[in-house]
Design a protein around this ligand. Structure first.
Ligand code: FES
Ligand code: FES
Length: 171
């Protein structure tokens, strides 16, 4: 009989455990063992980015990591991006407003990637956006609306008034 291991991790703020074979992928743990099917699996080879989740805040491809490696870590999936009351995050709102999705298959991966990107770089340049999403493939949108959505999300995160140009350079 195949040996199995107990994995304990925090997923979207909740402590979760599962008993899995050594070679269970993190993507399979999330989808099959924990029922979090928002994380999509496209290529299963680390190419498409659909399976991107956040590991301790950093985007990773869950199809390239064994579930046991995530033991003790904190995972955020697309299900954990909205507020507790279900209010979409600024990134989710921006993708909807800017039509940054069509079939939606790639979208969970983009949302996680962009969430981490804007945390690191709140006002990315066009080049930084393109670089930031370069590991995520979308076969529907042509990317333009996704890029718009990233800038829109940056605006939303800056608040209703956004940065005040009059105050720039002060301090
Ligand atoms: S499914 Fe993981 S990168 Fe494609
Ligand atoms: S919206 Fe269909 S693959 Fe991106």
């Amino acid at each position: 009989m195949e040996e199995s291991f107990e994995v304990a991790l925090t997923v979207n703020g909740t402590h979760r455990t599962a008993r899995v074979p050594a070679r269970r992928l993190l993507s399979d743990l999330l989808r099959h063992d924990l029922g979090l099917t928002g994380t999509h699996v496209g290529c299963e080879h680390g190419v498409c980015g659909c399976c991107t989740v956040l590991l301790d805040g950093e985007p990773i491809r869950s199809c390239l990591m064994f579930a046991v490696t995530a033991h003790g870590h904190e995972i955020t999936t697309v299900e954990g991006l909205a507020a507790e009351d279900g209010t979409p995050s600024p990134v989710q709102r921006a993708f909807r407003e800017c039509h940054g999705l069509q079939c939606g298959f790639c979208t969970p991966g983009f949302l996680c990637t962009v969430t981490a990107l804007l945390r690191e770089t709140p006002r990315p340049t066009e080049e930084e956006v393109l670089e930031g999403i370069s590991g995520n493939l979308c076969r529907c949108t042509g990317y333009q609306n996704i890029v718009k959505a990233v800038h829109r999300a940056a605006d939303l995160m800056a608040g209703p008034a956004g940065p005040d140009p009059a105050r720039e350079g002060e301090g």
